[in-house]
Each structure stands twice: as C-alpha cells, then as structure tokens.
Design a protein. Structure first.
Length: 365
C-alpha cells in the first residue's frame, strides 16, 4: 500500500502501536492490569475480589495479571469506560507507565455518549467496544479498534457467585419474570416499563430513577444476586439496541431471558445454537401482546428444563460471561494482532483511521 506524504504522522503512529505489540512475541510473560473507571465507584459495581480472581485464573502462565497497585509493571493496561471523557485520567496514567506500555480501553457504553467516548479513544492505544453495532464513530487516526468484546457479569467473582448460588440451592422461585431496571426517562423504554408494571401480571417490575439507584445498589452483593435468584425469567429491554449486562447476570442466576431481535450483537456473543441449548426465548418486538406470551414461554421452559437447565445456564455464565474470560479474550486478540496482522492507516466505511490488515496483504516498504 502506498501512502501520501500527508499521512506520514499517521503511518508513524501505526508503526509505534505495532512496535508496542511486539511484547507478545518476545517469548516472555505478558503482564496486564485491569483498572475499572472511577465512574462506577458510587455504585460499588465491580467486585472487590476481582484482582485475586484474575490472579488465580491467569496464574504463572504466558499472560499474567498484576493488580492496579503494580500497574507500573504492566505491559498492557485495560481500562473500562462508561460514557465519561477519560482522556485526562489516561494521560495522567501514562506518566506512571513505561513508554512502551499499551493502554487499551474497554467501552461498556459506546452506545451512548459518543463525543466523550471519542475523546477517550483519542487518548488510548487500543479500543475494545462492547457494542459492535455502533462502534463506527470510534475509528480514528490515533488508536485502533482491535475487536469487539461484550461486557460481562462483573458484580460478583465466579467464586462469590458459586457460594451464593449454593447457599439457596433448592429454594423455590417466584413464577414470574424479574424486570428490574433503571428508569431512564430519555429512553423509549421508559413508557414500556411503566406499561409492564401496570398491566403485565406475569412480571414483577422494579424501577429506580437514574438519579437514585439505591434500591438495588445499597444492597450487599449477596442480596443483589439473591434478588436475581428469586425469579425464573427476565425480559431484556435495551436503552437502544445494546446487549446489556443484565443478560449475563440473568444467565448467572439461572434465569431464562426473553431477548428481542433488536439487540444487534446478541447472536455474535451467544450463538443461536447455544441460545437454544440454554432455553433463551427470542421475540421480534417489544410490545405487550408479544411480551406476555413470551414470558409465559420462558416460565414454561424454566420448569421443563428444571434444575439441569438452571445449572447449564449458570455454568455457561461462569465459563464465558465473567471477567477472566473477557480478559483472556482481549489479551488473546492482542497477541493475534501482533502475530498475524498489521495496523495501517486507511479510508474505509467508517472514515479515515487506523485499521487492522492481514500481514501477508500489506505491501508497505
């Protein structure tokens, strides 16, 4: 590929990023740290046991986890982003890191707040949007979108979840769908949730205002998961077309989710064959006349699949939908980019930016 001299600074940036990724080819363990954004602190969202959990999972293998207190020894730092502009925190973080360290941002909410998210992207090296369907605006000439990595169930570590689940084994569940949501008044779903609360007898609707989420988040972690474990099903009502964490939390609790086709990334994250094995109910729209029978079907499947079905959904979540599996996915993606791909400036459908290309197809001198 031949580049205009006007692109020289972008070519240099692409080469710089590829050079940093060579750490995956050096034959030494690659160390990474996970640093959740301060945006979630007020909710006490992420389990404080995550660092120990990740250290146990990765152990002394080729990819190793270091806690944030030792971030200055990390080759890769993965930050979560939830809609705020994190450019200043990222630049401050760079002061603590070796020059060749890679800063990757995992965007949990790239379906919202596009301008703040883009500012965050421009301060980073590598990007992992959770919502692939609306990642186009993140492509830019400074950082590269390495792939999409969905969010996960993150309020509990796997061990914490197993202990809570075991403590209530055999407890009868309420024969309803749990519909527990933040009521974002700006979203189309607000009216639907209120309609469900008023006229859907097979759903227990629990709403909390965006400015006061204490109904759920003042609970202990045990109490939060117990809320999910009391019910057989849930209905997924997205803010936009996003695949939210409640899908993963519901499966961790053994529930059967009712999932609308509007969620664009669902089949990519949980393939249709797996959906059938787990008993997940799919619907074409989210209107009351569709939701009521869909909940009935989810409740029927829950009873029909019994304890075996509950355990199948829970084990799937514990294997595939928690922090360790997502971290492994992203780190393996970076290793694959280092081995098989090259970062190039290009003009493609989202616009001018840095993109991945197969090394064998790249003809740069």
């Amino acid at each position: 590929m031949t580049y205009s001299t006007n692109w020289e600074h972008v070519v240099r940036r692409a080469d710089q990023l590829m050079q940093r990724l060579q750490v995956f080819l050096a034959g030494q363990p690659v160390r990474f740290a996970l640093m959740p954004s301060h945006e979630t602190n007020s909710l006490d969202y992420f389990s404080p046991g995550r660092d120990a959990d990740l250290q146990r999972f990765f152990g002394e293998g080729p990819i190793r986890y270091v806690p944030p207190a030792r971030v200055d020894s990390a080759d890769v730092v993965i930050l979560t982003a939830h809609g705020s502009d994190l450019s200043v925190p990222i630049w401050n973080l760079r002061r603590k890191l070796p020059q060749e360290a890679i800063i990757a941002v995992w965007f949990w909410d790239n379906h919202l707040a596009q301008l703040p998210n883009l500012k965050t992207a421009l301060a980073a090296d590598v990007l992992f949007p959770s919502h692939a369907y609306i990642a186009h605006y993140l492509f830019n000439p400074v950082s590269v979108v390495a792939g999409s990595s969905a969010a996960c169930s993150a309020q509990w570590t796997a061990d914490e979840a197993r202990e809570i689940i075991a403590s209530c084994a055999g407890t009868a569940r309420i024969h309803k769908a749990l519909v527990n949501y933040v009521d974002y008044e700006f979203s189309w779903r607000s009216a639907l949730l209120r309609e469900l609360a008023a006229s859907c007898g097979n759903a227990h609707v629990l709403l909390m205002p965006a400015q006061d989420r204490s109904r759920y988040f003042r609970k202990t972690r045990r109490e939060r998961l117990l809320e999910w474990l009391r019910y057989k099903a849930t209905v997924i009502v997205p803010v936009d077309k996003d695949l939210s964490t409640r899908v993963f939390d519901a499966l961790l609790a053994g529930q059967i989710p009712v999932v609308p086709s509007i969620i664009r990334d669902f089949d990519r994250v949980i393939p249709p064959q797996v959906q059938r094995e787990l008993g997940i109910v799919r619907v074409d729209d989210l209107v009351l006349s569709t939701i009521r029978p869909a909940i009935d079907e989810a409740l029927r499947r829950f009873d029909e699949m019994g304890t075996e079905g509950v355990e199948r959904r829970q084990q799937f979540a514990l294997r595939k939908l928690v922090f360790p599996s997502r971290m492994a996915e992203m780190m393996n993606t970076l290793a694959l980019v280092a081995r098989q791909e090259v970062i190039v400036p290009d003009v493609r459908n989202p616009g001018f930016g840095l993109y991945l290309a197969d090394k064998s197809a790249d003809s740069r001198p």
